[in-house]
Design a protein around this ligand. Structure first.
Ligand code: GRF
Length: 230
């Protein structure tokens, strides 16, 4: 699918933009019925902006620090989104907490990806916390954004086993690989009209989703054995 029949999506980033690139790849391959109409960063140094430009995507910088307060920043962000004519807004490593009224304006049209199995480990430093707490399982969640940070209804999760040999670096890389599968999948479902938010409930094909959709990392048999004997 391509052109105007596809869902116009805005992606908001602050960092590397690897999720943005994964979504862009799925759009370009035509495996999801979406197109990225803008990539917006909250600061000019976000590496994902150069990456987006390299992919031929339209980019905008809304430099958060240059606004007097969050209200002024969000007004500029809203203007940038309106100009892009995006229908869906996908936060992908966007490191700004958005206000309740702002989020409300995009109710049911704003997604986020978070590097943990929500509701566990909301907030920052999730890989570190998972290791500190000796968790056996970790992953990432795609959810609808609501006013409360990282607390919106979860649509899809990527799960993996935590091995004794894992570090923040290995978990970061493995979680990223899962994220690059689940975020395009969710956007594809949304683009084909199969996904919606009603009150606080995720609807898939018009029916409440009893549990988040699931993708699993294939276990590494060697590491799993080491884990069993640990
Ligand atoms: C991802 O791990 C995402 O879950 C979190 O920020 C990271 C963004 O990575 N919200 P990238 O910029 O997409 O590479």
């Amino acid at each position: 699918m391509s052109g105007s029949a596809t869902l116009p999506v805005a992606i908001l980033i602050s960092g590397q933009g690897s999720n943005m690139a994964a979504i862009a790849r799925a759009c370009a391959e035509g495996s999801i019925g979406a197109r990225i109409v803008t990539v917006i960063a909250d600061h000019a140094a976000a590496a994902g902006i150069a990456r987006a430009e390299g992919l031929g995507l339209a980019t905008q910088i809304v430099p958060a620090r240059q606004f007097a307060d969050r209200k002024a920043f969000e007004a500029a962000l809203e203007a940038a989104l309106a100009q892009s004519r995006a229908h869906l807004v996908a936060l992908a490593g966007f490191m700004r907490v958005l206000s309740g009224p702002f989020v409300q304006r995009y109710a049911g049209r704003m997604l986020n990806i978070h590097p943990s199995l929500l509701p566990r480990h909301r907030g920052l430093h999730t890989h570190d916390r998972v290791l500190q707490e000796g968790e056996r399982e970790h992953g990432a969640s795609v959810h609808f954004v609501t006013a409360e940070l990282d607390a919106g209804p979860v649509i899809c999760q990527g799960r993996l086993a935590v091995y004794p040999t894992d570090t923040v670096e290995t978990l970061t890389a493995r979680v990223h690989r899962l994220e690059h599968r689940i975020y395009p999948r969710v956007i594809g479902l949304y683009a084909s009209g199969r996904l919606a938010l009603r009150d606080s409930t995720v609807l898939l094909d018009g029916l409440p989703l009893a549990a988040p959709l699931l993708e699993r990392e294939e276990e590494d048999p060697g590491l799993a054995r080491a884990d069993a004997s640990a």
